[in-house]
Design a protein around this ligand. Sequence first.
Ligand code: PLP
Length: 422
Amino acid sequence: MNHFEPSQGVMACESVPLPTIAEAVGTPVYVYSSATLERHYEVLRDALMAAGLGRPLIAFAVKANSNVAVIKTLARLGCGADVVSEGEIRRALAAGVPPERIVFSGVGKTAREIAFALKTGVAEINVESEPELEAVARIAAELKVRAAIAIRVNPDVEAGGHAKISTGKADSKFGVSFSEAARLYAAAAVNAHLDPVGVAYHIGSQIVDLGPMEAACRKMRGLVEQLRAEGLPVRRLDLGGGLGVPYFDQPDPPGVEPYAAMIARVMQGLDVEFAFEPGRMICANAGVLVARVIHVHRRPEGRNFLVLDAAMNDLIRPAMYDAFHDIRAVKPRPGEPVLYDVVGPVCESGDTFTRDRLLPPLEAGDLVAFMTAGAYGAAMASEYNTRPLVPEAMVKGGEWAVIRPRPSYEDMLAAERPASWL
Ligand code: PLP
C-alpha cells in the first residue's frame, strides 16, 4: 500500500495534502508517513517469524534516518537500533529503545564511544578488527564489566547497488576475514572481560539480488559450525541490513518473504538467535522530499533547467551515488510532458538531481516530490552554501507535526564564535 497517493489531483501523505505542509513549513521539507514506517517494520518482522526464524532482534539502522520521532515510531513496535556512533546511541536511547536492543557497529569506534556503549549496556558491540577487540577488552576491564561482542566478518562477496555502498568485498574496510574471525572469537572466549555472543555480517546496501546474500549466509553458517566444533558457544547470528527497495529505475528487490525464506533454508537446524539491521527497507519509501520550483531556465539551444529550492545539501544521493529518485509533480498540470534537467541552487555542477527527465509541465512556484527519499536523505543533509538544514515533518493519518524545524539564520550564525584575535 502506498501512503503518498494523490487525492483529488494533489499528492498527499496519508490524509494530509503535501501543499498543506509545504505552505506551513516552507520548502524544501522532508515528509514521512508513520503508517509506512510501521508497515515496513511489521512486514519484515512477520515474514522472518513466519519463515521460522524465531523472534529476531530487528535493529533499525539509525544511519538511514536518525530523526528521534522516526526511531520512536519503530521503537514503540519493539524495534531495536543499529548504531554507529555515540550520537546514534544517544538518539536511540532518547527514542526509548532499550539498551538490550541496541547493536553498536562501525569500523572506528573511539575509546570514549566504547566506554559509553559499555556503560549503556548495549546488546552487542560488533567488533570489526583486532585493535578494536583489544580496545573493547581494555575498556571493559577498566570499567569492570563484561562486554558482549560479536565479530563482524567480511564474507568477500560482491553486493550492493553501487561501489560506494558495497561493503562485503575482502578489500573493503569492513570486518575481518573468516580465519581472523575464528582466531579473534577464540581469543575473546578466554578473556574475562569479553562475552562473545556471536558473529555478524553486512555486505552492502540496496541489494536486489539474493544470490550474494545467500552465498554470504552459507559462509556464515559454516563459521558458526566451525566455532561450535572448536567448543566455542555462538548464541547470535547478525545478518546485517542491505535489502533493496524499488527506486523505479532499478530491478525490483526480492521482497521480504523470499528474503526470509532464503535465510530459513540456509540456516535450517542451526540453533541461533537472529539479528537484522535493516535501514533503507524500513524508511526509504516512508519519506519524500518536497521542493518548490524557483524557475525554469529554458535555454534557446534546447535544455530546460528546472531549478528547485532543494539542492545536493538536502539530498546528496544523486551527487554521491548517481542515485535515481522518481520525481513527481505534487499537483500535475495538464499538458504534454517536458524533458528537464532537474537542478538545485548550489554552486557545484554535481548539484544536478537528474538530466533529461520527462515530467509533467512545471512552472515557477509548483511543488515537486522526490520519492523514496526517507533513507539516507535528511540524515546526510548539510548546511553547505549556508543553506539552513532541511526540516522534517511526520504524518499520522490526518495529523502532522514538524519533527525537526528549519533553523533560522540567527541560529546558524549563533553556533559560531569569532576567534579571540578577530
Ligand atoms: N548495518 C550496517 C553495519 C551498515 O553499514 C548499514 C548501512 O550501510 C546497514 C546496516 C543498513 O543498510 P540498509 O540501509 O541497506 O539496510
